[in-house]
Design a protein around this ligand. Structure first.
Ligand code: NAG
Ligand code: NAG
Ligand code: NAG
Ligand code: NAG
Ligand code: NAG
Length: 668
């Protein structure tokens, strides 16, 4: 019985053949205990709280336990159970220490990071996180930590010995390994290069080191590991992910294994790791700007379409494409050296859109705000029972294909890509005839890819030779009012706030200021990186004769495509036969969105049978004369809806969404 249920489930990629109802879920959970299948984890997308969005790296024991306590009393009943300490718990908070500073990390005699006892007093005396894990467990919660790629450069500098790989005392077999034998210093973490480098997992010393880390985490009582700087286009390290998943299995402790970040992650990257992990980020960091939220739609659609939602995970578990934490409530700034000090920048409509997409795409839900300051509206949002039900138990989750992009329905998106893949805009300089005014760098999107509006736009720029810059960069910027320039290549920016396009595809937590107002300023969305203007080579751009805008230092091209359809429709089914439909409006103007019930049922590959309200495999599809009757709720407006037409329509506010839970029947 048990093994049949499990093998059936394991083969299912998208749940379409296996509906987990809450009842079945309970049965599986019980069986899990009785047959001791310890590693059957992440049966539904994991939920919890993570410290990063509100504390960056600066969190202390008191702050962490206070947040955990609120998870236990307020959120656990809604399924939030993992409390995760995000990055750099081993870094001393001293003058000069920051998210990229080497030289402040504490390691043990075996080169393994240990918590800073000043920030984590109860870890002192070599106890590691065990006392804190114990307190978390006593609250009925699960304890998680963030860890970095490979090995700390502090261990490499000290050439610490590797635990479990010191050779036999008799000298027979094996040899003593130490940090410098296993460190691959040419493979640093791209966004923290001075602090962590890869380890050679093909060597006995390398696997011993990884095992020594995870044995230690398991001995502390860790239930969740967020492993950073190993996934996404810049840092993908299948060797290390494989070694860590084996090390986790080897601990025989049930540990949820999560990967981060997911810069330019693709479904094929997802397929390469899903059986090694339980969740993996599919975007770079998500912060509280509309641009960040909006840029999750395409990637969520693509991972859903690839059947990766709820695919086989590590051992007997499942795996979940992860859209990142929820930066709601009371927050800090990306990469800051300080804790929470400001409210989220997302409007109430934008917050609803974010959590609705996260629910429809079954992303893990990790709340990021400081819970000591959570307000009732935010609490209501993240504990909405229909939203949570969709997030955990819905199936058939998909974006319903939008039609061709139509003029005002499309937004141009500025992004960075390998020049060979660039097929977007062609760029040209537009000289200003007005003395003193900026020249502009303008893009044109080929008319084939976009119907009418938004096909052209400009960003301000100037160019001149390096030798003409007198004095410091700051003076050059001041004299030109923030427009920089280097050599025969060029830096460009737009007016609001000394921001320059940077070709370094860092994840967005390193002091990157977000351009929440770029959409308003330039009428475009960006997935490229704008950073404060500097003399960095990565901000140097060259315009080729074919109209490509290239970065000589990274080889990336800046491109504008008409990619974002502003009207999005997602659908899924519930275990009681209901349909979930979400309309999203990514655009700047409120807009009507319509879905025919035929399209809905086609997308869900079900026929709806008269009377029962249940999808059925045996009843013929309705003729065009059939009239559909759907009843249900408009979830966020908390209203009963009745649809007697052949389509469902709503006026959706700018950046907002409408979420329906519907039961449909037909009559002739
Ligand atoms: C990794 O270790 C293996 C086994 O010791 C060795 O053959 C290989 O050259 C090492 N790889 C690198 C990149 O150093
Ligand atoms: C499991 O970990 C132990 C150290 O605790 C190590 O000796 C053993 O080789 C590991 N096994 C695998 C398969 O990595
Ligand atoms: C470009 O500069 C002009 C002033 O010369 C300003 O009015 C305009 O808003 C700027 N455009 C952008 C996209 O920042
Ligand atoms: C959006 O609304 C503004 C006024 O609020 C209007 O000027 C603009 O033309 C509208 N844009 C579109 C694409 O409808
Ligand atoms: C729905 O009905 C159509 C027409 O009878 C049939 O071809 C199709 O297989 C049915 N689909 C399902 C999922 O039962």
């Amino acid at each position: 019985m048990v093994s049949m249920a499990m093998s059936g489930r394991r083969k299912s990629l998208d749940f379409s053949g296996f509906v987990i109802t809450s009842q079945q879920f309970l049965i599986i959970s019980c069986l899990m205990v009785s047959v001791a299948v310890a590693q059957e984890l992440a049966i539904t997308p994991p939920r919890g709280w993570n410290s990063y969005d509100s504390f960056s790296w600066t969190i202390t024991e008191d702050q962490f336990l206070a947040n955990a306590q609120i998870v236990a009393t307020t959120l656990k009943s809604s399924g939030y159970e993992y409390v995760v300490i995000d990055f750099l718990w081993f870094r001393m908070r001293l003058p000069g220490a920051s998210v990229t500073s080497p030289g402040f990390d504490i390691i043990d005699e075996w080169g393994r990071p240990v918590p800073d006892p000043v920030r984590w007093p109860s870890t002192a005396g070599g106890k590691g996180f065990a006392p804190i894990a114990e307190k978390v467990h006593a609250m009925g919660l699960k304890f998680g930590i963030h860890v970095m790629r490979g090995i700390s450069t502090a261990a490499v500098a000290n050439n610490t010995p590797i635990l479990g790989a010191q050779g036999s005392p008799e000298g027979a077999g094996g040899r003593p390994w130490s940090a410098q034998d296993i460190a691959l210093t040419s493979q640093p973490c791209s966004w923290m290069p001075g602090c962590f480098v890869s380890v050679n997992t093909s060597s006995e010393g390398g696997t011993a080191f990884i095992n020594s880390l995870y044995q230690q985490y398991a001995s502390w009582g860790v239930d969740f590991v967020k492993h950073d700087c190993v996934f996404g286009a810049d840092d993908l390290s299948l060797d290390e992910i494989t070694a860590v998943s084996q090390a986790i299995a080897n601990t025989s402790r049930p540990i949820v294994y999560s990967l981060s970040p997911g810069v330019r992650a693709t479904p094929s990257m997802g397929s390469a790791v899903n059986e090694l992990v339980h969740m993996y980020r599919v975007t770079s960091d998500d912060w509280d700007t509309w641009g960040d939220v909006a840029l999750h739609f395409d990637v969520a659609r693509d991972f859903a379409a690839a059947g990766l939602i709820g695919a086989q995970g590590l051992q007997d578990g499942y795996s979940w494409p992860d859209l990142d934490m929820l930066p709601l409530g009371w927050l800090t700034d990306p990469g800051a050296n300080k804790g929470p000090h400001r409210p989220t920048n997302l409007s109430p409509d934008e917050q609803k859109s974010q959590i609705t997409l996260w629910a429809m795409a079954k992303s893990p839900l990790m709340y990021g705000g400081d819970l000591r300051q959570i307000d009732q509206d935010t609490l209501d949002l993240i504990t909405n029972p229909v939203m949570l039900n969709i997030n955990a138990y819905s199936f058939g989750n998909a974006e319903i294909a939008a039609g061709p992009l139509l003029g005002s329905q499309a937004l141009p998106v500025l992004s960075l890509a390998a020049c060979s893949e660039t097929k977007g805009a062609s760029w040209a300089v537009k000289k200003s005839s007005i003395p003193g005014a900026y020249d502009q760098l303008c893009w044109t999107i080929p008319t084939a890819s976009i119907a009418q509006t938004n096909s052209e736009g400009c960003l301000n720029w100037t160019m001149s030779s390096l030798s003409s810059i007198s004095g410091t960069w700051q003076q050059a910027m001041d004299s030109k009012n923030n427009i920089g320039h280097l050599g025969n290549a060029h830096v460009w920016s737009y007016d609001a706030g000394n921001m320059c396009l940077d070709s370094l595809d860092y994840r967005s937590n390193l002091g990157i200021l977000h351009l929440s107002n770029l959409e308003a300023h330039a009428g475009i969305m960006t997935s490229g990186q704008f950073l404060p203007c500097s003399k960095q080579k990565s901000q140097t751009w060259q315009l080729t004769s074919e109209g490509k805008l290239t970065s000589p230092s990274t080889g990336l091209c800046a491109t504008v495509d008409a990619q974002v359809n502003v009207k999005r429709v997602w659908a899924a089914r519930g275990s009681d036969g209901e349909f979930y439909v979400a309309f999203f409006n990514l655009g700047m103007n409120s807009s009507s969105i319509t879905l025919s019930v035929d399209e809905l049922t086609r997308s869900q590959n079900v026929n709806v049978t008269s009377g029962s309200g249940q999808p059925s495999a045996s009843t013929a599809a309705p003729s065009s004369e059939s009239s559909w009757q759907c009843t249900g709720t408009d979830v966020w407006n908390n209203q009963i809806v009745n649809v007697f037409a052949q389509s469902l329509s709503a006026i959706v506010p700018s950046h907002g969404c409408v979420l329906y839970s519907l039961t449909c029947t037909i009559s002739n």
